[in-house]
Design a binder for this molecule. Structure first.
Ligand SMILES: *Cc1c(COP(=O)(O)O)cnc(C)c1O
Length: 850
């Protein structure tokens, strides 16, 4: 008998009296998670339960008894707290926003991500990428962007970590109880749940759509765990980053193709799509396919129309961090799709390969995303550079620095990461406008905060961290049936008065979590110095399949169990948003030791800066832009060594030296009042220089200005008049491809003396024969600049040449180069297509260098 067909299901929801209905309204909008007053409201209901439910308001509400409701309603203080928070929410949702002043009402942006880290009670994230996506949505809400999020709703999410007595990581996968999460099931006009069928090889999979409200922003989450689906298909949304490549491609089909279908079904079809990493790149194909079908277009025509409206962000320079699929797997899962797109297998594979034709290249989702997006970017200045090198073959005939692959440096959502105490202090001295905009002038006012107040506010964070670490360590040991003596001893680890270093991140080997342990004797002396001791709090998960990562964790845990380190080193288990928050609010120093240049950006150091902690980091990712000499410390100068063992030795020594000679003395050099003035000066310059820059407010504004709005405008132009321009552009390019071979450069003449003075103008003339290509459809340009030691142009500029007016001289172009800098210069000539409405156009294969 099929038992599931006889099982009657029903859902019980908390039945709140109408006086308390506001609690539910607030709990269903994640806005509460960055509003201290709202957090305080839920905590007040039952502080113990609040902690036990991992700060989940719905679970707390669900377990309250009738008697509690009555006493709450009789509590005037509580009722006025509730109405205050509710008013605030209403006010937030209706206030004027940045986007209303700067945006465009026609844009509809969809942000796609495999994971979203919004709050610890909604565990559908694993780490940095998800947290960034969560912070992106929150700032998009604050700024009022017309943006929706699209992701997957995992039944088990990412694993939770606990450590056995040997320090070996164990993984557990608790089920997410959807009815205790702030999820709305999307319903259509008839009140039926929104669901649709998605084609997989040989079958259709049913997908349903949930919504999470993040302030003003809707986050749509897709779910295949439905009875009508086969067990293997129900697994698609079980775990984040679990399973093999086959499961991954199924998830990515769901996210990209399913995501676009869901939005269309909801009447929220976007015109700008942002792919947060390559996982969602299939969305570009679905946009093309659907346009081809609706308007009877060819692949190229539809691609021209869609590409302008796609934005892609890459997050890793680590090859293993990027999805690659073997062509066979694509045949199996996307075979029907190539045919729908009117592409041959060859043509389809070329979309996901840098260098099609090179043997055994696999299909790369990042390449697909870049080929089908007009805007691509890395996440810090250095990562932009590294990415251009890494992906140079996607744009085969452009010089590296000219690739359409720029950078937008990451940030953090300040309100989500600031401690309540620090927020209060900042409001007192900066006012409240810094909460809405990140202006330099406002942050300069940090200098007005009395040193003692800043110091004490930060110490409060350390006290809370120490308190939390003790409780957490106790609980860890109790779970493992440790001896009463051991459990008791957890009560005296750490000390809120001493210099506290934090190190928490994914235990991937390139992050070098054990670099600080390189010389244990020296570490021992630093930590146990009689007058100036130091302590370290570690946390972080290793991917379940990463044994090397787990080994690093084990080494740290075992060290922390040795008597001479026991009070000075603690490893906190189950690193998540909640643990991260305590850490970044309580540490004095945030240590970051990636192998340059493998950390694309990093964001936890930014969270620390907002709370007055200082960074000690390798010059990698964001810290290359953030470090100013007097706002934290750099380990090394950005050197890259060939010998890893040697590099580890040099860089661990550099850390010990910095600690012994600069950091520890600065921290313990106190005035008569016990305040370390030198240290607070560093804290202030760190806050002044970093806070206005490394926030998602700045970041999302930058995406809006530099990517979303240009993408929308481009998309609009191409789609206007029934896609006239898109169709024309595709056909025009096709025509040019047919004639391009006829084009040649006959002569180049520049009057170069041996030495040219700065500021001098160099006349240059060129003769070309265009073949059948009309002269009005090509641009002749000089790419010109200073040469580096390898003879490559750096920081080059493009100087357009103009046709010579003399009708006798058809095909002659001329112009002048201005030599604005000293040094060796070089120039290269190039001919590119020029479209009457779009100007110079780059298309692979349509460029002639001379
Ligand atoms: C901020 C954060 C990250 C990102 O950390 P980085 O190592 O700086 O990239 C990862 N996990 C959690 C829980 C975080 O809060």
């Amino acid at each position: 008998m099929n038992l599931s067909s006889t099982l009657h299901r029903f859902t019980v929801v908390p039945s709140l009296p109408k006086e308390l209905a506001g609690l539910q309204r607030i709990a269903y909008n994640l806005w509460w998670s960055w509003e201290p007053e709202a957090i305080g409201l839920f905590k007040r209901l039952d502080p113990e339960l609040w902690r036990l439910t991992r700060h989940n308001p719905l679970e707390v509400l669900g377990s309250l008894q009738q008697a509690t409701f009555e006493s709450l309603m009789a509590d005037e203080g509580f009722m006025s707290h509730l109405s205050q928070v509710e008013e605030r929410l209403t006010e937030y949702l209706s206030s004027h926003t940045w986007y209303e002043r700067h945006g465009n009402s026609g844009a509809r942006i969809a942000y796609f991500s495999m994971e979203f880290g919004l709050h610890e009670s909604l565990p559908i994230y694993s780490g940095g990428l998800g947290i960034l996506a969560g912070d992106h949505l929150k700032s998009a809400s604050d700024l009022g962007l017309p943006l929706v999020g699209v992701g997957l709703l995992y039944r088990q999410g990412y694993f939770r970590q606990y450590l056995n007595l040997e320090g070996w990581q164990q993984e557990i996968y608790p089920e997410n109880d959807f009815y205790n999460l702030p999820l709305h099931q999307e319903k259509d006009r008839d009140g039926k749940p929104v669901a649709f069928s998605l084609e997989y090889p040989g079958r259709n999979v049913r997908v349903q759509v949930w919504r999470v409200q993040v302030g003003r922003v809707n986050l749509y989450l897709l779910d295949t765990n439905l009875e009508e689906n086969a067990p293997a298909d129900r697994e698609i949304t079980t775990r984040l980053y679990g399973g093999d490549q086959e499961l991954r491609i199924r998830q990515e089909i769901l996210l990209g193709i399913g995501g676009i279908r869901a939005l269309r079904l909801l009447g929220a079809e976007p015109n700008v799509c942002h792919m947060n990493e390559g996982h969602a790149a299939f969305l570009a194909l679905e946009r093309i396919r659907s346009l081809m079908e609706q308007r009877q277009l060819t692949f190229r025509e539809a691609m021209e129309a869609v590409r302008g409206g796609n934005v892609f962000t890459t997050h890793t320079p680590v090859e293993a961090g990027i999805d690659h699929f073997p062509p066979d797997l694509l045949d199996q899962y996307m075979g029907h799709y190539y045919r729908n797109l009117g592409l041959s297998r060859e043509q389809f594979m070329a979309l996901g390969m840098q260098n099609h034709g090179r043997s055994n290249e696999s299909f790369c989702m990042a390449v697909l995303a870049m080929k089908l997006s007009l805007h691509s970017n890395g996440v810090s200045e250095l990562h932009g550079e590294v990415s251009r090198r890494m992906w140079a073959d996607v744009w085969p005939d452009l010089p590296e620095e000219q690739l359409p692959l720029t950078y937008v440096t990451n940030g953090v959502h300040q309100k989500s990461w600031l401690s309540e105490e620090m927020t209060g202090l900042l409001i007192r001295f900066l006012g409240t406008r810094w909460l809405e905009q990140s202006a330099d002038q406002l942050w300069r006012r940090v200098s007005r905060i009395p040193d003692a107040e800043l110091w004490r506010t930060h110490r409060r964070g350390t006290e809370q961290l120490v308190d939390y670490a003790r409780r957490s360590l106790r609980a860890q040991l109790e779970k493992l049936d440790a001896s009463a003596k051991e459990i008791d001893a957890a009560g005296d680890v750490l000390d809120p008065e001493i210099l506290t270093i934090g190190f928490a991140r994914r235990f991937a080997t390139y992050k070098r979590g054990t670099l600080l342990l390189h010389d244990k004797e020296r570490l021992f002396r630093i930590l146990n110095h009689p007058e100036r001791p130091v302590q370290i709090v570690f946390a972080g998960k290793a991917h379940p399949a990463d044994h090397q990562g787990k080994e690093l964790i084990r080494q740290i845990v075992q060290l922390s169990q040795q008597p001479e380190f026991r009070r000075r080193i603690v490893f906190l288990e189950d690193y998540d948003i909640s643990v991260a928050r305590r850490l970044v609010q309580g540490v004095d120093i945030w240590l970051n030791t990636p192998l340059r240049p493998l950390e694309a950006s990093g964001t936890s150091g930014m969270k620390v800066a907002f709370n007055g902690g200082l960074n000690l980091s390798i010059l990698d990712g964001w810290w290359c832009e953030g470090y100013r000499g007097n706002n934290g410390w750099a380990i090394g100068r950005g050197e890259v060594y060939d010998d890893l063992a040697y590099q580890n030795q040099v860089e661990s020594r550099a850390i010990y030296d910095l600690l012994e000679k600069e950091i520890v003395p600065l921290f313990y050099n106190r005035g008569n009042d016990g305040i370390p003035r030198g240290w607070t000066t560093f804290m202030k310059s760190s806050m002044q220089t970093l806070c206005p820059v490394f926030s998602t407010d700045r970041m999302v504004q930058e995406y809006a200005r530099r990517c979303y709005l240009p993408a929308f405008e481009h998309w609009e132009r191409l789609n206007r008049d029934d896609l006239r321009l898109a169709v024309e552009l595709a056909r025009w390019k096709e025509r040019l491809h047919g004639m391009w071979g006829e084009l040649s450069i006959v002569a180049v003449h520049a009057e170069i003396q041996k030495e040219v003075m700065v500021g001098e103008m160099l006349p240059i003339s060129v003769q070309i024969t265009p073949g059948r290509i009309p002269l009005s459809e090509i641009a002749v340009e000089v790419y010109f600049g200073v040469l580096d030691s390898r003879g490559a142009i750096i920081g080059g500029e493009i100087v357009p040449l103009t046709p010579v007016a003399d009708p006798e001289k058809a095909g002659h172009f001329g112009g002048e180069l201005e030599c604005r800098f000293c040094g060796r210069h070089g120039f290269m000539l190039r001919v590119m297509p020029r479209h009457p409405e779009l100007g110079t156009v780059y298309d692979p294969g349509l460029i002639l260098w001379g």
